[in-house]
Design a protein around this ligand. Structure first.
Ligand code: ADP
Ligand code: ASP
Ligand code: MG
Length: 468
């Protein structure tokens, strides 16, 4: 089989884990499979880079050298605990050193300007994955498997220039990626590719959004006609709830593309929201598996799921760090275009609205946004619309969205009743409700402090511990 295997940061945070993972890759390769490996950065690395870019703005040079030292220590430790051959070790240390120097130079350059553009940030973020892939590749060589390492740019992923949220230009990408990867596979080598990053038409490095390595894996899979995509992580698969909230959450055996997209859109952080787009219209299934528990088959996401897997509700998702904005004003009643003006103003400032609801009297509109977007949202509403379209803006900064997802909800009566009676039995106040017209999800907002109890009670009400 031709397999694209992606390994997330959670699966790679020590030399020991890398030995385990490269052995795992080797075992599938030894069985005669063609393997393309996609890696994200060492766990926490992307966050660290984002943090340091904040210090750069404060011209804190000491923080930069500390950061470079810490990054060096992490990667050197991994190299020493995963690669035995002294020659290979020396070579990869050299590669890492060159990358660290490049990163330090860029950071110091940014300090001078005291400004980090999204374009510069994408370049900086790319070092996370670029530091890890050579180590993996040399580790495979150490085990006697021929391997090469490539960046998303080198493999041929062409994107638009929307830095931070770039999208692949698939037609050109397909031609380039196939052209680059096919010969490597023919020579029985394993290409190790950086996830998350591509390049635009001018050769600038772009990133495709957080968790972008999942996206890289599916993009490559369609380009090279892979049989399957396997996303290796540290949990057994997609679950009926975040196991950190519901300890007895169960692994879902089968999930449709539509359901999985719904889950990822609702921000269950395990997958990039657009990761399934490239494979949706293909017969390429995506498996999510635990790299540290091979006996579990994991979750398979595919176009056609079996009848027995079509449950009413499959998963309860909690999205924290969200805020609720209520805008109101008598002038909104019966005034066509009010909602459009509000959403348009926010969209122009790139504020993503996660949920909307309007009272039937039309005198108020409630919106849920990520906390990170709250300041921009409020300033925009204040500057552009207050006293013109709206009168008051109220904010509740500490809410969580709970989404109940499952394709079996479509056309089934009583789902909402069951959800909300379980919530009210637990004395939890529901602040807002919305249902997508696809009826694949039902979402509601609660106070953040009630979030865990809400997830648990709906999980119980649908007896999701017995789903299999
Ligand atoms: P990776 O580094 O492999 O990309 P992520 O950290 O992006 O991994 O995602 C995996 C994590 O997602 C798990 O460790 C788990 O805590 C969390 N998670 C949240 N909701 C779910 C869910 N419904 N099913 C599975 N995992 C979930
Ligand atoms: N390293 C990137 C992130 O943390 C991409 C990924 O993990 O897929 O978002
Ligand atoms: Mg991820």
């Amino acid at each position: 089989m031709r397999l694209v295997m992606k390994f997330g940061g959670t699966a790679v945070d020590s030399g020991k884990k890398i030995v385990h993972i490269t052995n795992l890759i080797k075992s599938y390769h030894d069985k005669g499979n063609e393997i393309v490996a996609v890696f994200s950065a060492v766990t926490g690395m992307t966050d660290e880079i984002l943090n340091v870019s904040g210090y750069v703005l404060k011209r804190d040079k000491k923080k930069i050298s500390n950061f470079i030292d810490k990054t060096r220590a992490i990667h050197v430790d991994i190299i020493q605990n995963s690669i035995k051959d002294k020659n290979y070790r020396a070579k990869v240390l050299q590669v890492v050193e060159i990358l660290l120097k490049e990163m330090e130079n860029i950071l110091n350059g940014i300090v001078l300007l005291s400004e980090v553009t999204q374009k510069a940030l994408d370049h900086l973020l790319s070092f996370g994955e670029r530091l890890l892939t050579p180590i993996i590749s040399f580790c495979l060589l150490d085990k006697g498997i021929d391997s090469v390492y490539l960046t998303g740019q080198e493999v041929g992923i062409l994107t638009d220039s929307k830095f931070g949220q770039a999208r692949p230009l698939l037609d050109t990408t397909k031609i380039r990626v196939k052209y680059n990867i096919d010969p490597i596979l023919r020579e029985n080598k394993i290409p190790v590719i950086t996830g998350f990053i591509g390049a635009d038409q001018n050769g600038n490095i772009t990133t495709m959004g957080r968790s972008g390595s999942d996206y890289t894996a599916t993009i490559i899979a369609v380009c090279i006609d892979a049989h399957e995509v396997w996303l290796w992580t540290d949990v057994n698969g997609l679950m009926t709830a975040d196991p950190c909230i519901v300890k007895e959450a169960k692994v879902l055996r089968e999930v449709s593309f539509a359901e999985a997209i719904e889950l990822s859109l609702f921000g269950a952080k395990y997958m990039h929201p657009r990761a399934l787009e490239p494979v949706m219209d293909t017969m390429i299934p995506v498996r999510i598996r635990n790299a540290f528990n091979l006996s579990n088959e994991g979750t398979v996401i595919s176009k056609n799921t079996s009848k027995s897997s079509q449950k009413i509700v499959k998963s309860i998702i909690a999205i924290r760090n969200t805020a609720l904005i209520d805008v109101s004003g008598g002038g909104m009643v019966g005034a066509p275009g009010t909602a459009a003006r509000i959403f348009d103003a926010l969209a122009k400032k790139s504020v993503n609205i996660m949920m909307i609801s309007q009272s039937p009297s039309e005198s108020s509109i409630s919106m849920v946004v990520k906390k990170a977007d709250l300041d921009t949202a409020i300033t925009t509403l204040d500057l552009t619309l207050i006293d013109k379209v709206i009168k008051n803006v109220k904010v509740n900064e500490d809410v969580a969205v709970i989404a109940v997802v499952g394709s079996g909800m479509r056309g089934i009566k009583g789902v909402a009743a069951k959800v909300f009676s379980s919530i009210s039995k637990n004395n939890i106040n529901v602040i807002m409700i919305a249902q997508g017209s696809s009826e694949l999800n039902l979402a509601f907002v609660v106070n953040n402090r009630d979030c865990e109890r809400a997830v648990k009670s709906v999980h119980d009400a649908f007896m999701l511990t017995k789903i299999n």
